[in-house]
Design a protein around this ligand. Structure first.
Ligand code: NCD
Length: 438
């Protein structure tokens, strides 16, 4: 264990306090003790570790609002240990886990088990999300007070939509009693039965049943009306359509309490990726068209979409190495989010500060995690990134148990070098973190 960790001449970027400067950042124990030009010079001692990487970014620890860690029940795809390790390797200090496990996390017992187990593991910190309805069946509300008391930070039936308007109304009212955000998977299932991909020219060409945009838009429109009526905190998961963006923008302009997240894959890929029937590109909601992708980018840039979330959805070969119609939807995302998003920054599509905000301050507000800053006296939960370092998305590099991503084999730029969770090293890229000469 070191006495102090000195990040030398890093570009510290914390949009929440308008910080973007080349400084030294000193960490002692769990705390950031100094920030400033040459602040590390005066730190001495045998067990001082100095890290200097030319041009590296030091960021507040990233937060993922949306990951499927598969425990309990499908540990072959992922478990808490591999999922939290993958999160830390992706630069996330905190990860919120969706409740569509087996059994569903619809009780205090499952939430408590997850919290207890995660505490004993290294890696990122876990924040369970409880389900909105018992068994995610969309009928009976869960005991949200119990879930919250056990450590759940939000409720969601993700994977399924709360379709019934009466249930949704009561769910919003009930969740707001406990000041919990409700995260909706917006999909009118009656319109997406047997759908394999986005409904459009390409689904027609491929002869595959489509998932029309309106199935998302109809639910978002109704939910905004209910959010306004109930005054509850509504968060839209993985927004994918230009119509949903339009509805969100209008809702926000009228001061309704709605927030939203978008995934890296919906910002980067379209339904054209399915032309070769690649099951890695089958996701829910589906990859859409250029017009949607552009609307999502614009909405993320202007803050209509608050957060970036991975929707990390690990699946086994058995669930993906099959015909498209048999394949389960989802792609892994925890370890790819940072390079993929930095790629969009490098291309001038998104401002760096907005991307960082969408991965730090914005998600912390949605689920009410304490604010984190790169400032003296604050908790040392930090992510060190080398934006210039390229790497190949090779299967053996990944910490997740699953390999379902269309980015496999591609070269990406931007590498997470270290993730500190409350002063402890949760991840470091062993081959790559050089010690600076003292
Ligand atoms: C999710 C999963 O695998 O748990 N998959 C996905 O494509 N996002 C569930 C879901 O939303 O269908």
């Amino acid at each position: 264990m070191y006495e102090a960790l000195v990040f030398r001449r890093v570009r510290a970027i914390d949009p929440s306090i308008a910080l973007d400067a080349e400084v030294d950042v000193v960490v002692e124990g769990k705390t950031i003790t100094r920030v400033g030009p040459r602040a590390g010079d005066s730190v001495s001692g045998e067990r001082v570790r100095r890290i200097e990487i030319n041009g590296a970014y030091l960021l507040p620890g990233l937060i993922d609002l949306h990951a499927h860690l598969r425990e309990p029940g499908q540990e072959g795809k992922e478990d808490l240990k591999s999922g939290l390790a993958a999160a830390a390797a992706g630069g996330f200090t905190d990860v919120c886990a969706m409740p569509n496990t087996r059994p569903v996390n619809d009780t205090r017992f499952v939430t408590e088990m997850l919290v207890r187990k995660a505490r004993e593991l290294g890696g990122a910190r876990l924040h369970p999300i409880g389900s909105i309805t018992v068994g995610q069946r969309g009928e009976t509300l869960t005991e949200m007070a119990d879930l919250k008391d056990a450590g759940a930070v939000a409720v969601s039936d993700d994977g399924y939509c709360v379709t019934r308007s009466d249930v949704m109304r009561r769910a919003l009212e009930y969740a707001s009693t406990f000041d919990m955000p409700l995260i909706q998977h917006a999909e009118d299932h009656a319109l997406t039965k047997d759908a394999q991909m986005h409904e459009g020219a390409i689904s027609t060409r491929l002869g595959l049943r489509g998932w029309p945009r309106v199935a998302e838009d109809i639910i978002v429109a109704r939910d905004v009306i209910l959010a306004e009526y109930t005054g509850a905190r509504y968060h839209l998961a993985h927004v994918s359509t230009l119509g949903a963006v339009r509805i969100l923008r209008e809702a926000k302009s009228r001061g309704i309490k709605v927030t939203a997240e978008v995934t890296p894959h919906h910002l980067l890929l379209t339904d054209a990726s399915l032309l070769g029937y690649d099951t890695a590109c089958k996701v829910n909601p589906p990859l859409r068209e250029d017009a949607d992708l552009l609307a999502l980018r614009e909405a993320l840039a202007d803050g209509t979409i608050d957060c970036i979330a991975t929707d990390h959805a690990p699946h086994s070969v058995l669930d993906k190495d099959v015909e498209l119609s048999e394949a389960l939807p989802g792609m892994i995302g925890l370890e790819l989010c940072v390079p993929l998003m930095l790629g969009l920054v490098a291309r001038g599509v998104l401002p760096l500060s907005r991307v960082i905000d969408a991965l730090t301050r914005a998600p912390s507000r949605v689920v009410g995690l304490p604010a984190r800053h790169i400032r003296e006296g604050c908790e040392a939960s930090l992510t060190l990134v080398d934006p210039a370092r390229s790497w190949v998305v090779a299967p053996e590099r990944l910490r997740t148990k699953s390999r379902n991503t269309p980015f496999l084999g591609q070269t990406v730029k931007g590498m997470v070098m270290m993730t500190l969770v409350s002063g402890a090293v949760a991840f470091e890229s062993l081959d790559a973190v050089p010690q600076a000469a003292s």
